[in-house]
Design a protein around this ligand. Structure first.
Ligand code: NAD
Ligand code: TYD
Length: 352
C-alpha cells in the first residue's frame, strides 16, 4: 500500500509527509516539480528512508502521473501541488492558471484512467483528496459570520480564482465520473519550512536581518491562523473518515490582524534574539502601499469537521508561534539557502 502526495516538497506538503510517516502511515510517493517553492532540504529528515519515494515531475504531465499511479498503485492521492502566493499571482497569473487549473485537470484525467485499471475493492478504497484554501470564498466584512462550507465562491485574486476553478473541477469529476473526492478549504498556515515570501517567515527573516517589516495598507486585514501540524492532522482525519464529495473547512479559530501578528513576532524576537542596540524589532515596522484587491478578512467556521470527524486544532497561536520562531532561529542554514539568488530578485521586484 502507498499513497501519493503531490507538492510534497513545499511547505505544507513536506510537513504532511514527515508527520504522516512519523505517525506510521504507508509509504509515500512524493511527486513534486521543485519550483522555487519546492525544496528537497525540507525532506532532509527522510533521507535514506525507503518509505519515501521522491519523483520530480509536473502534475500537468498526464503520462508521467498515470505511469506513477499504475506502477505504485496508491490507495489515495493527496493534491497539495499548486502555485500558492497571492502576490506572485498578481505579477504573473499565467503560472497559476497552468498549474492550479490545467495541472489539476491533467491529474484528474490521470486518476480517471488509473481508476479504469482498479479492481472493485481498490475502487471502493480509493480517495482523491484536494487541498484548497479559504480564499476561494472571497473577503468578509469585519462583522460577517465566518465562512461555512455553504458560503458562495467569490475569489478575488488570480491565486484564489485558480484554486476555485480547481475545486470546481474536482467536484465535477466526482459528480460526472464518480471519482471519490474529498476537498479541504483551510485558512492561513504558519510553521516550519514556510518560504519567506509569506507574512510570518518574511517578517522573522527581515527582522533578524535589520530590514524593514513591510505592512501592506493599514495592517488591519484579518487572517485566521492555523499551525501547519494541525492542518496535517485535519487532512489525515478527512482522508480517514470524510464523506465522498464533501468539502471540509479547516481553521484555527484564531483571527488576528496583520499588525497584531507582526507585533507578536517582534515581542517574541525581542526576548529570544534581542537586537544588539537594545531597540525593539517593532521599530523596523514600515507601512507600504496596499496589495491590489487585498481581501479584508478571512475567517473559517470549522464546526463541520469538529462535529463530523472530531478534529480540533491542538496548538494555540501562542504555542504555535513560539515554536515557529524557535524553528527559524534554529535553522539559519535553511533560511540562508532558500533566500539566495531568485529570492532576492523577487523581493527586489515586489518591495521596490
Ligand atoms: P508551497 O508554495 O510552499 O508549495 C507548493 C509545492 O508544489 C512546491 O513544492 C512546488 O514545487 C510544488 N509544485 C508547484 N507546481 C507544481 C506542479 N505543476 N507539479 C508538481 N508540483 C508542483 O505551498 P503550500 O503553502 O505548501 O501550499 C500547499 C497547498 O495548500 C496549496 O494547494 C495551497 O493552495 C494550499 N493552502 C495553503 C495555505 C497556506 O497558508 N500556505 C492555506 C490553505 C491552503
Ligand atoms: P500572505 O502570507 O501572503 O497570505 P495570504 O495573502 O494568502 O493571506 O499574507 C498574509 C497577510 O499579510 C495578507 O493580508 C497580506 C499581508 N502581508 C503584508 O502586510 N506584508 C507582506 O510583506 C506580506 C507578504 C503579506
Amino acid at each position: 500500500m502507498t499513497v501519493m502526495v503531490t507538492g510534497g516538497a513545499g511547505f505544507i506538503g513536506a510537513n504532511f509527509v514527515i508527520d504522516w510517516l512519523a505517525a506510521g502511515g504507508e509509504p509515500v510517493v512524493n511527486f513534486d516539480k521543485l519550483t522555487y517553492a519546492g525544496n528537497l532540504e525540507n525532506l532532509a529528515a527522510l533521507k535514506g528512508n525507503p518509505a519515501h519515494i521522491f519523483v520530480q515531475g509536473d502534475i500537468g504531465d498526464y503520462a508521467e502521473a498515470l505511469k506513477l499511479f499504475t506502477t505504485h498503485r496508491p490507495r489515495a492521492v493527496l493534491n497539495f501541488a499548486a502555485e500558492s502566493h497571492v502576490d506572485r499571482s498578481i505579477h504573473s497569473p499565467g503560472e497559476f492558471i497552468q498549474t492550479n487549473i490545467v495541472g489539476t485537470y491533467h491529474l484528474l484525467e490521470a486518476v480517471r484512467a488509473y481508476m479504469a485499471t482498479m479492481s472493485a475493492a481498490e475502487k471502493t478504497a480509493f480517495r482523491f483528496l484536494h487541498v484548497s484554501t479559504d480564499e476561494v470564498y472571497g473577503s468578509l466584512s469585519f462583522d460577517a459570520p465566518a465562512f461555512t462550507e455553504n458560503h458562495t465562491y467569490e475569489p478575488n485574486s488570480p491565486y484564489s480564482a485558480s484554486k476555485a476553478a480547481s475545486d470546481h473541477l474536482v467536484r465535477a469529476y466526482h459528480h460526472t465520473y464518480g471519482v471519490p473526492v474529498l476537498t479541504t478549504n483551510c485558512s492561513n498556515n504558519y510553521g516550519p519550512y514556510q518560504f519567506p515570501e509569506k507574512l510570518i517567515p518574511l517578517m522573522i527573516h527581515n527582522a533578524l536581518n535589520g530590514k524593514p517589516l513591510p505592512i501592506y495598507g493599514d495592517g488591519l486585514n484579518v487572517r485566521d491562523w492555523l499551525y501547519v501540524g494541525d492542518h496535517c492532522t485535519a487532512i489525515r482525519a478527512v482522508l480517514a473518515g470524510g464523506a465522498l464529495g464533501e468539502t471540509y473547512n479547516i481553521g484555527g479559530w484564531n483571527e488576528m490582524s496583520n499588525i497584531d501578528v507582526v507585533h507578536t513576532l517582534c515581542d517574541i524576537l525581542d526576548r529570544e534574539a534581542p537586537r544588539k542596540d537594545g531597540a525593539s524589532y517593532r521599530t523596523q515596522i514600515t507601512f507600504v502601499p496596499d496589495r491590489p484587491g487585498h481581501d479584508r478578512r478571512y475567517a473559517i467556521d470549522a464546526t463541520k469537521i469538529d462535529h463530523a470527524l472530531g478534529w480540533k486544532p491542538e496548538e494555540t497561536f501562542e504555542t504555535g508561534i513560539r515554536r515557529t520562531v524557535r524553528w527559524y532561529l534554529d535553522n539559519e542554514t535553511w533560511i540562508g539557502n532558500v533566500t539566495s539568488g531568485a529570492y532576492r530578485d523577487w523581493v527586489a521586484a515586489q518591495y521596490r
